[in-house]
Design a binder for this molecule. Sequence first.
Ligand SMILES: N[C@@H](CCC(=O)N[C@@H](CS)C(=O)NCC(=O)O)C(=O)O
Length: 235
Amino acid sequence: MPQFTLYANIIATAPDRVQLAINEAGFTDYERIEVDMGTQEHKTPEYLARNPFGKVPTLVTSDGITMYESRGIARYLCTRYNFDLLPDPKDNAAVALFEQEISCEAAYFERPVSSIAYESSIKPILGMETNQENLEEGKKLLGQYFDTAEAIFNKTGKKFWAGDKYTLVDVYYIPHLARIFERGYGDLVTSRPALNAWWQRCLARPASKAFIENVPKLEEVLAHIQKVKAAKEAK
Ligand SMILES: N[C@@H](CCC(=O)N[C@@H](CS)C(=O)NCC(=O)O)C(=O)O
């Protein structure tokens, strides 16, 4: 029996925080179950019993732990299975920087990047029109956050968000940014030299590189949705 089951969905960003942590650790003793969000499987009583918010990801371990929230799950897996993506617990300065940056990602990155993702990827998938004003506002706010981040990278000379070690903080940025690049907004990163240097360091890591290169392309997702719809209508 595998150590745990990860309930996820191929086009969803949040489960990818957990998936990339698993990939970076090279952990293989688990199973991944694709939740069919097209048929609202994540809103069925059976799924809601595992995750009352009706979202992916959810983790279920072989010894009976059920857990939701991607950042919490990734951190739990790191602790439980010794994924080398956390700071040395004896290094107080490293732990402090890690905790600070974990908060910054959730507080300052998540909201603007989510609005870009919603306008440029999710709305087309749901058959809705992109609101260009909201998209531009998201890009502006993300740009402002990245300006501050750029100054910090320059001032500190750190290689990764939480210091010189690649950690879960880097993992948490990558799923959204991979999609930002896929949608053609990669200049938000590449126009800032220190941030771009960080991105290149991530790309030099085989697991992160493979993840970034294989992120689902919106055009392919839309084509797949059309195919499923056409097959249903033909029945
Ligand atoms: N804070 C949650 C967010 C989870 C989340 O919003 N997942 C999205 C996919 S990226 C989802 O399941 N959406 C379906 C819905 O809200 O119905 C986490 O990090 O796990």
